[in-house]
Ligand binder design. Structure first.
Ligand code: BES
Ligand code: ZN
Length: 856
């Protein structure tokens, strides 16, 4: 452990008594902290983390907090390593001691550490700005709020006290236990001791917010008070979150067989937020759009997203908060597992949403990055804070969750669950290494879990499994899947070691006959004897495997036309075929044939989103030369379908709500595709009439806004802008904001780009610019803006959002533009995102190459 970023483990904190005096009007705050530590050896210096803090006094008490035994200490900062060293002029004996520090901190401008967030209210004059102070500590920002041992392994109890104006809300991880009224309209609030936990999970929220009455959720150990905390004016947007969270708490207690580890749950909507949400124990913070929602006006994906995010963060209360990774290399497991659980919990909450099918979209995105040479292993060595932050990417979340799902399916749900329970029970209140989980699962299943998983997490990339029918059955072999040919090794070979690939294969030797299941761990090429040739093979049933499948001969068509295959299986078939097309292994004609078959039979909205993605991709990559042919294909595949669907939806017979919701969602997807890239004149006229109607179903309205935005007149664009300013829910606000940048008018486009640096919140602006960069016609202008304002963006935006903003370059397919982008990025340092940007660049070159091929 020779990492200069890590603190010595000779001083072990056990308890923090933290008091903070936030000043909502000023730019700084006062704090005091007493940290009980155990000195494992004699010393005269103690090192801990602190950043952007000024220490006014420091002393050390020995043998508890004895005031008479104050040993004054001097504090020396090391801003590079984000540390402070406390030195005393005598030797401290081993044993217990308490570090006492008084200090001043500054509110951070990039939405990490302790920072201020502002909002205006619709229910006062609408122009007064209100301020709250809030924390975001993961990964390594607690040190900006109080001096601490800021590593996940240093778990401790936190006793927190805040002195705040008496009329504002102040909350933290645990319940309020004492409130003292002070002079000058102030109140001093003390919160209950927390459980033993890591510093990155500490949270404070102070400001003029409101709260729902607590809902008492029946927990294993008694009622758990659950509240939503929100900016005034949003009281009517909280009910859905409460409903989801209540179900989730019960689901997780049942799944983990461990009581909720906190004493209450607050879900807090924060107007300015760098990430999506954060799992602070008992005080979970969210972007408003991911918590506050009106089920009547929101689209299905918006509702699913809110449920997913709440479930994700609640899953962390056990997996992450109760049991925590020893160091940041383990963050992938924390996030991958929470992502896996989020889908499981949402699936249990609303089985009719079929969220494992929508998860296909997330998995597809992970495949897309993992097919690059610049991919990385899921788990890797992390040294610095920047490297820790760089771990939060698609490979951690989506690939990580996919391999966890693959393992769960292979072991069986109940075996997997009981292994998780054993792991959490064994390590409650402590920290773990990734392998501890594999060992627990290995113990309950008897399968070589550690060997299987280590090969999936310590190596980048994934296999392509080729399936061939033979005289006697079928033959399987694997190689690494890659968009571009593998660079040869020094000895001229390109062999890569196989992945132990867990597969549940289903085969038929007679069309429409019975199928046989095979459970194998594929490594080297393998034959399966069926006593005759396979006529149909499902090599990835349920779509749960993280590998591509290449069905040779007539096997692809056999699967595509199998009426018993599920939506997710069709999804995966299409996604694998698209990947094969990008890798130049499948022709555009084969791809189009498959699209025709699937469009005919499929009604699942998630599959159609993928179809829509493929058709838009073809349109973009095909350029002007193929544009009319592509539009004709879109018309052919979608027009009839939309008309038919609308006819069915008019029919008086009452379908279930679930079926209606899905039909509405599908209609929205078809409408947006036809009116957007399809440029269907009739749909565009309808969009003009529909977008302002609040009485139509939300997915159609959203589609209409999107369609209108692409060809809005000056007047219409102004109306969209006004609608953005006056929007009544966070979802609507985002919908109109994204619509504004879809314009095809360069002047309006420039106007919206300016907004991104002025009026648009810094939490949303990077996403707006990402869309600007990948704009079909005006992407050049978008890129010019981003590159010429680069230093301003770096200063303003949360640093974690820059790599996400640059995602927009992946779809650039014009050689000259790609060269300009590559030249700029070669000279630009992007801390905490170097590798992700490399991946965006490589993916951009894949787009250029495919476009060239398709246009030739
Ligand atoms: N722990 C993360 C939040 C986080 C991410 C903190 C990166 C610091 C750096 C949280 O649990 C999370 O995963 N949030 C997601 C949303 C989630 C539903 C996928 C996010 O913020 O994007
Ligand atoms: Zn998470």
């Amino acid at each position: 452990m020779n990492n200069p970023n890590r603190l010595p483990n000779t001083v072990l904190p056990s308890r923090y008594t933290l008091e903070i005096w936030p000043d909502l009007e000023g730019s700084s705050f006062e704090g005091s902290v007493a940290i009980q530590v155990d000195l494992t050896q004699r010393c005269s210096q103690i090192v801990l983390n602190a950043l952007d803090l000024t220490i006014h006094s420091a002393w050390i008490g020995l043998g508890g907090t004895d005031e008479h035994n104050r040993i004054p200490a001097t504090a020396t900062f090391d801003p590079e390593l984000e540390r402070v060293t406390l030195s005393v002029d005598q030797e401290l004996p081993a044993g217990s001691a308490t570090l006492h520090l008084r200090y001043t901190g500054i509110y951070n401008a990039q939405l990490v550490g302790f920072y201020k967030s502002t909002f205006t209210r619709t229910d006062d004059d609408g122009s007064t700005e209100h301020t709250l102070a809030v924390t975001q500590f993961e990964s390594t920002h607690a040190r900006r709020c109080f001096p601490c041992f800021d590593e996940p392994a240093f778990k401790a109890v936190f006793s927190i006290t805040l002195t705040v104006p008496e009329d504002v809300l102040a909350i933290s991880n645990s319940a309020e236990v004492l409130r003292e009224d002070l002079d000058g309209g102030l109140a001093r609030i003390t919160f209950a001791d927390t459980m033993v936990m890591s510093t990155y999970l500490v949270a404070l929220v102070i400001g003029p917010l409101e709260q729902t009455p607590p809902r008492m959720v029946a927990g294993m150990n008694g009622p758990i008070p659950l509240r939503v905390i929100y900016p005034p004016g949003s009281a009517h947007l909280c009910e859905f979150a409460l409903e989801v969270a209540e179900a989730a708490l019960k689901f997780f207690e049942g799944f983990y067989e461990i009581a909720y580890p906190g004493d209450k749950v607050d879900l807090v909507a924060v107007p300015d937020f760098a990430f999506g949400a954060m799992e602070n124990l008992g005080c979970i913070t969210f972007r408003e759009v991911l918590l506050l929602i009106d089920p009547e006006t929101a689209t299905q994906p918006e509702l699913h997203r809110v449920a997913d995010v709440i479930n994700h963060e609640l899953a962390h209360m056990w997996f992450g908060d109760l049991v925590t990774m020893e160091w940041w290399n383990g963050i992938w497991l924390n996030e991958a597992f929470a992502t896996f659980m989020e889908v499981s919990a949402t699936d249990a909450f609303r089985p009719d949403w079929q969220v494992w099918t929508s998860f296909g979209l997330a998995r597809a995105a992970a495949f897309d990055t993992d097919a690059l040479q610049s991919t990385r292993p899921i788990e890797f060595d992390v040294q610095s804070p920047a490297e820790a932050e760089a771990m939060f990417d698609i490979l951690t979340y989506q690939k990580g969750a996919s391999v966890v799902r693959m393992l769960e399916q292979y072991l069986g749900g109940e075996v997997f669950r009981s292994g998780i329970t054993a792991y959490l029970q064994q390590h409650a209140c402590a920290v773990t290494e990734t392998a501890d989980l594999w060992d627990a699962l290995e113990a309950v299943s008897g399968e070589p879990v550690r060997r299987i998983m280590e090969s999936w997490i310590f190596r980048g990339g994934h296999p392509l499994v080729t399936v061939e029918s033979t005289e006697t059955g079928l033959r399987l072999r694997q190689e690494r899947f890659s968009y571009q040919a593998e660079p040869l090794k020094e000895d001229g070979s390109s062999e890569v070691a196989p992945w132990p690939t867990p597969m549940l294969i289903s085969t038929k030797t007679v069309a429409e006959g019975p199928s046989t299941e095979h459970r194998i761990l594929l490594e080297h090429a393998q034959e399966i004897d069926l006593g005759g040739p396979a006529v149909e093979v499902q090599a990835n049933p349920g779509g749960n495997g993280f590998f591509r499948v290449n069905l040779t001969g007539s096997l692809r068509t056999a699967l595509a036309t199998d009426p018993t295959a599920s939506s997710i299986e069709f999804f995966v078939l299409l996604d694998d075929t698209w990947a094969g097309f990008l890798a130049n292994q499948v022709s555009v004609e084969e791809l189009e044939d498959l699209l025709r078959v699937l469009c005919e039979s499929e009604a699942d909205p998630a599959v159609w989103r993928r179809i829509s993605g493929v058709l838009s991709g073809l349109q973009r990559l095909g350029g002007a030369g193929r544009a009319s042919r592509n539009r004709a294909l879109i018309q052919e595949l979608c027009s009839q379908r939309l008309a038919g669907l609308e006819e069915v939806m008019q029919a008086p017979q009452v379908d279930s709500d679930a079926m209606r919701e899905r039909a509405e969602e599908l209609r929205g997807v078809l409408f947006a595709l036809l009116g957007g890239v399809g440029q269907d004149a009739e749909v565009r006229v309808r969009a003009r009439n529909l977008w302002q109607l609040k009485t139509i179903d939300p997915s159609l309205r959203e589609a209409a806004i999107e369609v209108l935005a692409a060809s809005a007149t000056v007047d219409e664009h102004a109306k969209l802008e006004q609608a953005w300013r006056e929007s009544s829910t966070p979802q609507e606000e985002l919908c109109f904001l994204s619509a504004l940048i879809e314009t095809d008018n360069p002047e309006q486009f420039a106007y919206v780009l300016e907004l991104a640096l002025t009026e648009v919140r810094t939490q949303n602006a990077p996403f707006l610019l990402r869309r600007a960069i990948s704009h079909n016609d005006l992407g050049d202008q978008g890129w010019d803006f981003v590159s010429s304002h680069w230093s301003e963006l770096v200063e303003k935006f949360p640093s974690s959002s820059l790599p996400r903003m640059l995602e927009g370059i992946r779809s650039i397919d014009d050689q000259a533009r790609a060269e300009r982008v590559a030249a700029f990025l070669a000279e630009t340092k992007i801390p905490a995102g170097e590798l992700v940007v490399q991946q965006h660049l490589e993916r951009m070159w894949v787009s250029v190459e495919v476009a060239e091929r398709l246009r030739a």
